[in-house]
Design a protein around this ligand. Structure first.
Ligand SMILES: Cc1cc2nc3c(=O)[nH]c(=O)nc-3n(C[C@H](O)[C@H](O)[C@H](O)COP(=O)(O)OP(=O)(O)OC[C@H]3O[C@@H](n4cnc5c(N)ncnc54)[C@H](O)[C@@H]3O)c2cc1C
Length: 468
């Protein structure tokens, strides 16, 4: 078979891969992308960010209609759940967006190959049928540059084997055909808390088991502590410091065992203990690439692997496993290949947890600054002091700004509260442009908006909030 030739072949069409492919095509590279799933868009569009947010939105509407309308003077009759319609809406959103990536590929003349990509030597990739190796390759490709963007999959936990039914990952939890009576979530990271929130709002009892003595590891501890309090108030149950040792299914029930604690029985278990990079069957050994101890592909600041001309971005390399981080890396990588310039500012990558209320952060946490011995000042403002929060009826939460003690430069912003995921954009811009807390304090913020809490927190860094 004569190899087809491209300037760039991207392996994987998630938010890292498809965005990189489109940017490369814009820059004039003859670009192709190989994807093993029938739909483009990766974890994010198919079984991650988008379907989870669709379910969070729908479940929030259900919960609001049932519980939050009366104080507004809105009387709602009996509220009932139509789960098949809710799931169908989510599937349609996914179909629309993954089909949209297909259209963008066509518009930008990115060639799509269907199947699994396997590197067979420098600049050479074979595409095999998605079912796996063995059969004749569907295509052989010669590419000047290869970009690995194969993403990640749910991590395993010894003794807890997903069976695609009673014990599953977030993929199954996005599509339960009925509301579980009791859902046990293993892992209190953002995926566990988001999916737990969906089913809690729809009527499940939800118990979260977490190995650590806190939730949301890696996030600012003060904010995570408040999140724990608010989630408990909603009825989510937590067992912290719980080491899960196994899960066994019998007669449609699952018994989850924890070291030194009573076993816990559920009808569904969601395993959400993190994600691991996808490198199996990629042919890395054929070009001498060795994943690190955590299975990630090591890269330099140009995203180049140890093999010349082979690059990697997104969940398959180190750093936060986030869609927008993968996209930024994809763009920076191909811009660097074509123009010689391209950069990602990792201090300005936000992270959002779409619970109710939302939690969002950018930059360094208070613990990180303290551990690193960075002298800093802290400004905190509570949403209950903001008129718009009162009007919304969502007064929980706070904005916390951490600024360098001598220069006042903003080093970290952490928000828990209504629409925190939107409010964090101002903080990201501030960090990106090297703003001081005083800069934010002096910017006019529309009244009445939730963003006024960001201004007040900036004023609080200097001890002069107006409404506290
Ligand atoms: C439930 C859930 C919710 C999430 N919510 C958010 C969120 O709200 N915000 C956020 O930023 N992030 C979220 N994430 C994380 C986000 O989905 C990932 O960080 C992001 O998708 C990573 O992008 P990527 O391009 O590196 O990889 P992926 O999106 O994983 O895409 C990799 C693609 O490569 C394909 N592939 C793998 N191997 C091969 C091969 N050999 N040949 C061909 N194709 C291959 C895979 O099929 C996949 O389509 C969520 C994840 C989950 C699971």
């Amino acid at each position: 078979m004569t190899p087809r030739e491209h300037d760039l072949l991207v392996i994987g069409s998630g938010p890292g891969g498809y965005v990189a492919a489109i940017r490369a095509a814009q820059l004039g590279l003859n670009t192709a992308c190989v994807e093993s799933e029938p739909a483009l868009g990766g974890t994010c569009l198919r079984v991650g960010c988008i379907p989870s947010k669709a379910m969070l939105e729908s479940s929030e509407r259900f919960h609001e209609a049932a519980h939050a309308m009366a104080p507004h003077g809105v009387q709602v009759g009996s509220v009932s759940l139509d789960l098949p319609t809710m799931l169908k809406r989510k599937d349609e959103i996914v179909r629309g967006l993954t089909g949209g990536v297909d259209l963008l590929f066509k518009k930008n003349k990115v060639t799509r190959y269907a199947g699994r990509g396997r590197i067979v030597g420098p600049g050479r990739v074979v595409v095999e049928s998605a079912e796996g190796a063995g059969g004749a390759p569907a295509a052989e490709i010669a590419a000047k540059h290869i970009l690995i963007a194969t993403g990640s999959r749910s991590a395993d936990l010894p003794g807890v084997k997903p069976d695609g039914d009673r014990i599953g990952t977030s993929t199954e939890a996005l599509a339960y055909a009925e509301v579980p009576k009791h859902l046990v979530v293993i892992g209190a990271g953002y995926i566990g808390l988001e999916m737990g929130s969906v089913w809690l709002r729809l009527g499940a009892k939800v118990t979260v088991l977490e190995y650590l003595d806190r939730i949301l590891p890696g996030m600012d501890a003060e904010i995570a502590g408040e999140a724990l309090r608010l989630l408990k108030r909603q009825g989510m149950e937590f067992r912290l410091g719980a080491k899960v040792t196994g899960a066994k299914t019998a007669k449609g029930r699952v018994v989850v065992s924890c070291e030194g604690q009573d076993p816990i029985e559920a009808d569904r278990v969601l395993l959400a203990v993190g994600r691991v990079p996808n490198t199996e069957g990629l042919g890395l050994a054929s070009v001498g690439i060795e994943p690190d101890a955590r299975g990630r592909i090591p890269v330099d600041d140009r995203f180049q692997t140890s093999a010349p001309g082979i690059y990697a971005i997104g969940d398959v390399i180190g750093g936060a496993m986030l869609a927008h981080k993968a996209s930024e890396e994809g763009v920076a990588c191909v811009e660097r290949i074509v123009t010689g310039y391209g950069h990602v500012n990792y201090d300005a990558i936000p992270g959002v947890v779409y619970t109710q209320p939302e939690i969002a952060s950018v930059g360094r946490t208070e613990e990180e600054l303290t551990t690193a011995g960075v002298a800093h000042r802290k400004g905190v403002f509570f949403f209950r002091g903001i008129g718009r929060s009162r009007a919304l009826g969502q007064i929980d939460g706070r904005v916390k700004i951490l600024a360098d003690a001598s220069t006042d430069r903003i080093l970290g912003v952490h928000i828990i509260g209504a629409r925190a995921g939107d409010l964090i954009a101002e903080a990201v811009a501030a960090i990106e442009f090297g703003a001081s807390a005083e800069d934010i304090a002096r910017i006019s913020h529309a009244h009445p908006t939730l963003a006024e809490a960001v201004k007040e927190a900036a004023l609080a860094v200097d001890g002069r909030p107006i409404h506290a």
